[in-house]
Design a protein around this ligand. Structure first.
Ligand code: TXA
Ligand code: MG
Length: 317
């Protein structure tokens, strides 16, 4: 679980040679390659089975490195000072340094400084920014442990650094900065962003996101974040007889006929629920049932990000 300096150096060599590294961050594990090497970035897309129109996040060690890849605005500087390192990805106008394949040809680039010592050490040792989507085959549940990553890719394809279980547990919040529009709710709440900016932050829907981004954006695909087992959201009483697994918010009113149960947070803590979400979905997925039924959590704070993942997993993205 703790990563040595020698392992970081070996991973940095893999990056410099155009290879892929499973990189722990505070949100989820990333599948990292040099963001400045178009062939290495292409390998991310092919290894993940990710459509080429779905742009990647570039991970940097600090704001100064970020501003070599994009042009900051006053809002961006303020957010960087308040939120980085941390689970905020900013979408800003890109510089000529960024290869087209990273942004799917968009004139903007998504950047963030991850709040994880192993990620920061790897970026510094590699000496370049790292493009990294979540380290899961496209459309599947995101990984929050090194074992999740290792289970989904061949060791010959990806060198995995084991930085322990991810603290935040859901992906970063993706913000189009000017004017503020939250493209993906995530590990930093919309309320906190609004507080830092001193202005409201709108949450995008399908049409506002498509208009803002100029492309169909990935999160827009309904199957995103889905387990293999069909998943639905709980509505009212559950018909007796069906074999299902159950995801409960606080462990209250759990249907007694559920074959497997995961409770996100007995004490009602949304941060704990986020940390547990993806591993809980994986366990329910492995329970050998015909369906998974999920409760939504309160639609506030991190709950927006959690419910977004559950709705997408249910195909209601
Ligand atoms: O927490 C995270 O964000 C994790 C860790 C590894 O950092 N990464 C992650 O990457 O979730 P990925 O590829 O699964 O999601 C990237 C999101 C997608 O929704 C993508 O559409 C959006 O960022 N994105 C990237 N570049 C963009 C751009 N130029 N404009 C709008 N959206 C962009
Ligand atoms: Mg992803």
């Amino acid at each position: 679980m703790s990563v040595t300096a020698a392992e970081i150096e070996r991973a940095a060599q893999v990056i410099r040679a155009g290879g892929l590294v499973g990189m722990p961050t505070e949100t989820v594990y990333g599948l990292a390659a040099s963001a400045l090497d178009a062939r290495a970035v292409l390998r991310i897309y092919t290894t993940k089975g990710r459509p080429r129109f779905d742009p990647l996040i570039v991970h940097v060690a600090d704001a100064e490195q970020a501003w070599t890849l994009c042009t900051p605005s006053p809002r961006a500087r303020r957010l960087a000072a308040a939120c980085w390192p941390g689970p905020l990805t900013m979408v800003l106008p890109r510089t000529a340094l960024v290869p087209d394949i990273v942004t799917s040809g968009l004139e903007t680039v998504a950047v963030r400084v991850p709040d994880h010592p192993v990620a920061l050490a790897l970026i510094r040792a590699a000496g370049q920014p790292l493009a990294a989507p979540s380290a899961n085959p496209f459309g599947m549940v995101s990984p929050t442990t090194a074992a999740h990553v290792a289970a989904q890719f061949l060791a010959s394809q990806v060198l995995v650094l084991d930085g322990g279980a991810c603290r935040v547990g859901i992906e970063s919040s993706v913000l189009r900065v000017d004017p503020p529009l939250l493209l993906r709710p995530g590990g930093l709440s919309r309320a906190r962003l609004a507080e830092i900016l001193g202005e409201p932050v709108a949450l995008s829907d399908r049409s506002s996101r498509a208009a803002a981004v100029g492309l169909p954006s990935p999160g827009m695909l309904a199957s995103h974040y889905a387990p293999r087992t069909p998943l639905s959201l709980r509505s009212g009483t559950i018909s007796a007889g069906a074999r299902f697994a159950y995801l409960s918010w606080r462990g209250i009113d759990v249907p007694p006929q559920a074959q497997a149960v995961e409770i996100l947070s007995r004490c009602g803590d949304l941060a704990e629920a986020a940390t547990r979400l993806f591993a809980a979905l994986r366990r329910l997925d492995d329970a050998g049932v015909c369906s998974i039924i999920c409760e939504l959590v309160p639609e506030e704070g991190l709950g927006e990000g959690i419910n977004d993942r559950l709705r997408r997993a249910a195909g209601l993205g």
